[in-house]
Design a protein around this ligand. Structure first.
Ligand code: ADP
Ligand code: MG
Ligand code: MG
Length: 894
């Protein structure tokens, strides 16, 4: 079996299509080599080898090492050097590279092949002793920590101590002798910590480094990262062994990273960062804040020209925004990595729309390139411009993750997690972040770092998580775990801080935020022509619409929500929960009186008062939806939800008794308490609710049906076409459906006669109980449409209480009993199977039956995809998820 793929001298055994086998990095190196771009020669050990390695109990698969040695020979020939040759020593880097990029999650070792002998050869050959020693001390610390497991901080402490001892601020000011001493101290450290000598044999180093990269796939950081992003453990990582080129050979050498367009805004400008006289990880680790890439134009003009030429060629070839890593050795450019660049949602849309205009990609590709969830970033709040202009900036860093975040300062990731758990908005402030901070970054609304550029760890993670980030803000200095200095001011953990990730500004205090531009346009507060953001957002969605077949409706209860839903492009209301209308202040008291009524007549009196209010609600909704369908669900929740809590009433009564006040009020409260106790249920979720209410108290259904029909009739008289869809909740038996439907029909006929209007209307049901799904053929005899209420259906299928399950679902996830929360991502295996059954049974009885879903899942991309596969007519989700559902529906169709 072939485990090793060589690249060099303008020809590679791999290509960009072989990502699964070669990993992203290996495929990119191969492709660049084939394109004739200057890449140092090397070889890739495939991900299959890594998988085999684990299968064999951490042993190389047969033949792999031999093939690697042969490929190493080819590198030697290509470079005219020898691995371990004391005169002309070849050095290599050993780099991890999985299929998906996992920033900073796995390990890379540079300068492999340096030994007590070869370091002297390197010095002699380059006539640069300082450079050779600098490379060696880097190697010993990297190899010592990554491969031999000595904590990195130990090396850093020694380095720091050395700098203080010599009296220099920066390590570039250490001379060859200091560096030599460092190497000796580092080796002594390794010996002390591991009881082993630092390996001085190049092939042994190589072997150990390759094993270490394989092993890093199951390192704690990599595992956490994979869980977070759903990357399977089974993929494994490839290993790239690449001839070293040196960015630390002096002032005409350097290293850098670049993006062909801005990864945070999507602007079409070449964007990058570099450090002169530096090697590899210095830029990414954020040790020094780098220079902008065009600084190269002055320092090394030839190399810069070459870089410009190369990035254009690559972007054209890949037809996407790319992320590049390069090194310049004494004025000559070498490319070390390329891949499709990670970007914010804001940038993703801009780049996609621009590239369609440039003719580089099709509309379909543009739509496919944007993650549905990424669109949510367009809706994130921004600072109120007035308030922001009043605030005094404490400093300015790089705008690494757009948006606004204000919250209390946390200075360690653990604190950020605790504060978030206590319900606090958190801004994480760090000198620089590292992969070990991931949990804290996840908990924070945004992060601010003192050091590092647009490609520092903090910036990369922010773009991926969609968090607000200001990176490399020089005026920040973290003093200790409780205090940080920003500009002239000192802050303590828990103080308020505001950061603007679109401009890089940092402010004291808690600046209020306002709606995003998109929402302002939708609310009519901003002219759409004045918002480029809105234009792009609308463009991509209109393209998405041209591909999708699934309709998207919204769950909206009041006209304001319906208005927003329409603004986001909802094609109807899939669920109007009428109970929400009764909670409004002017209505809850009437509602309570209605519930307290002792007789049917008394109850009807209060229902009569509610009727005109409900009718107005529906008229408002119908007007907003301009002829799009509106599905109205009859009252669902248990009645006690409208009454005060038992404990509260008891306290009030006790107080009234004590003070001997208002007798009438006391009497009323006692009556209320008695009714509350009467209505008390042990398990309200499974109690008197849904159609059970309407069947026990038909006057409620009657009032609601009348309000719906009267609203429709009145608008019909205005010449508007309304087709009411009336939905009966929590039906389990066809008899329940029939009983409610007959009632609705009777009221509808009577109302239309009264208005002298003829309307078509539908009476359907939610499918939210397993019994309904299983007997859907019967239920469809009465129901004219089905809407899957997947919140309750999930609850009743699993027997999980929606309000109590979070605790154990979280635990289930950590111990791998469950992959995801079924209330967030539809459970295809169980709930999905019931849906399938209900669909085919429903269609058997009523072939044209309209089918939708109105649970929370309607706005979750993977659930939308499933609904498309099931052949539903529409999904209905919260108004703010409508754009996401539109895009997800397009993805499902493509
Ligand atoms: P990561 O996956 O974390 O980006 P890489 O394997 O790309 O890790 O290595 C990090 C950096 O190390 C690279 O960006 C590059 O600057 C440097 N590097 C890697 N291989 C070489 C090499 N052969 N010559 C010079 N620098 C290298
Ligand atoms: Mg790495
Ligand atoms: Mg890299």
């Amino acid at each position: 079996k072939k485990y090793v793929y060589y690249f060099g001298d303008g020809k590679a055994e791999g290509t960009s299509n072989m990502k699964e086998l070669l990993g992203g990095k290996g495929a990119g190196l191969a492709e660049m080599t084939n394109l004739g771009i200057s890449v140092p020669p090397g070889f890739t050990i495939s991900t299959e080898a890594c998988v085999e390695y684990y299968k064999l109990g951490k042993k190389y698969p047969p033949g792999m090492w031999e093939a690697a040695l042969q490929a190493l020979k080819r590198i030697e020939r290509s470079m005219g050097m020898g691995f371990g040759d004391p005169e002309r020593p070849l050095l290599v880097s050993v780099r991890s590279g999985a299929r998906a990029s996992m920033p900073g999650m796995m390990d890379t070792v540079l300068n492999v092949g340096l030994t007590t002998k070869t370091v002297e050869g390197l010095a002699a050959k380059t006539r640069n002793d300082r450079f050779a020693q600098d490379s060696y001390r880097r190697f010993v610390s990297m190899f010592g920590s990554i491969v031999m497991g000595v904590p990195r901080e130990h090396f850093e402490a020694i380095l720091k101590h050395k700098k203080t001892e010599v009296g220099v601020a920066h390590e570039t000011h250490l001379d060859a002798r200091h560096l030599r001493e460092l190497v000796a101290s580092f080796k002594a450290l390794v010996k002390e910590e591991t009881k082993k000598d630092f390996p001085d044999e190049p092939l042994e180093q190589l072997r150990m480094a390759i094993s270490a990269v394989f092993s890093s796939w199951f390192g704690a950081r990599a595992i956490t990262y994979r869980r977070l992003y759903g990357i399977p453990d089974a993929w494994g990582t490839a290993v790239n062994v690449v001839a070293m080129v040196f960015g630390n050979m002096g002032e005409t050498s350097g290293t850098g990273v670049a993006f062909t367009r801005s990864p945070s805004s999507g602007e079409k400008t070449f964007f990058g960062e570099c450090l002169m006289n530096a090697q590899g990880e210095d830029v990414v680790a954020g040790i020094r804040t780098p220079l902008p890439v065009n600084a190269l134009a002055k320092n090394v003009p030839e190399a810069y020209k070459d870089l410009e030429h190369t990035y254009k060629k690559l972007e054209k070839h890949y037809r996407d925004m790319l992320d590049l890593e390069f090194t310049i050795q004494e004025g000559k450019l070498y490319m070390l990595q390329t891949r499709v660049g990670k970007r914010t949602g804001i940038a993703a849309v801009k780049i996609a729309v621009d590239m369609v205009k440039e003719g580089a990609i099709t509309r379909q590709e543009a739509v496919q390139r944007i993650g549905a969830d990424q669109l949510a970033q367009y809706l994130y709040p921004i600072f109120d411009t007035k308030e922001e202009s009043k605030a005094n900036p404490l400093g300015k860093g790089l705008p690494a993750g757009p948006g606004a975040a204000a919250g209390k300062i946390a200075l360690t990731p653990d604190r950020a997690v605790d504060m978030k758990a206590a319900g606090t908005r958190v801004v994480l402030v760090r000198q620089e972040t590292s992969p070990d901070d991931i949990h804290g970054m996840n908990a924070a609304a945004g992060f601010l770092t003192a050091r590092g550029g647009m490609t520092s760890h903090a910036a990369v993670v922010a773009r991926q998580m969609g968090k607000v980030c200001v990176a490399g803000c020089e005026s920040v200095e973290v003093l200790d775990a409780q205090t940080v200095k920003i500009g002239a001011k000192t802050f303590r953990e828990g103080d308020y801080l505001s950061i603007n990730g679109s401009t890089g500004n940092v402010y004291e205090g808690d600046i209020p935020v306002v709606e995003s531009e998109i929402i302002q346009v939708i609310q009519g507060k901003l002219d759409p022509r004045k918002s480029d953001k809105f234009q792009r957002f609308a463009t991509i969605l209109s393209w998405a619409d041209s591909f999708r077949t699934l309709r998207v409706r919204a769950n909206a209860d009041v006209p304001e929500q319906a208005n927003i839903a329409r603004g986001f492009g909802a094609e109807g209301i899939g669920l109007c929960r009428t109970e929400h209308m009764f909670f409004a202040e002017d209505r809850i008291t009437i509602m309570q009186k209605m519930i307290l009524a002792r007789t049917k007549e008394e109850r009807e009196k209060f229902l009569d008062q509610l009727l005109p209010l409900q009718k107005q609600d529906f008229i408002g909704l119908y007007r907003e939806m301009q002829g799009f369908p509106v599905t109205i669900r009859l009252l669902d929740p248990p009645l006690h939800e409208f009454l005060p809590k038992r404990e509260e009433l008891m306290v009030e009564i006790a107080q009234l008794e004590l003070t001997g006040g208002d007798g009438a009020k006391l009497e009323e409260k006692r009556r209320l308490l008695a009714r509350v106790e009467e209505l008390h249920e042990f398990n309200p979720m499974l109690g008197l609710r849904g159609c059970r209410l309407g069947i026990t108290m038909p006057e409620i259904t009657r009032m609601q049906a009348r309000a719906i029909m009267e609203a429709a009739c009145e608008l019909a008289k205005e010449g508007k076409k309304i087709v009411p869809e009336i939905m009966i909740p929590l039906v389990g038996m066809v008899s329940e459906m029939k009983s409610q439907k007959d009632l609705v029909r009777e009221v509808a006929q009577e109302t239309m006669k009264r208005y002298n209007v003829k309307l078509s209307y539908f009476v359907g049901t939610m499918i939210e109980l397993p019994r309904a799904a299983v007997t859907a053929d019967r239920i469809a005899e009465e129901a004219e449409f089905f809407s899957f209420g997947t919140n309750d259906l999930t609850q009743t299928t699993f027997g999980f209480s929606r309000d109590d399950a979070a605790k154990f679902i979280d635990h289930y996830k950590t111990v791998n009993v469950m992959e995801s929360d079924p209330f967030a991502v539809l459970d295809r295996e169980g709930v999905g199977a019931l849906m399938k059954q209900a669909i085919s049974a429903g269609r058997k009885t009523r072939p044209q039956i309209k089918l939708g879903i109105c649970g929370e899942h309607g706005g979750d991309p993977s659930s939308v995809e499933f609904c498309h596969e099931l052949g539903l007519d529409y999904v209905s989700c919260s108004p703010y998820r409508v754009p996401i559902a539109r895009l997800a529906a397009a993805h499902a169709a493509l």
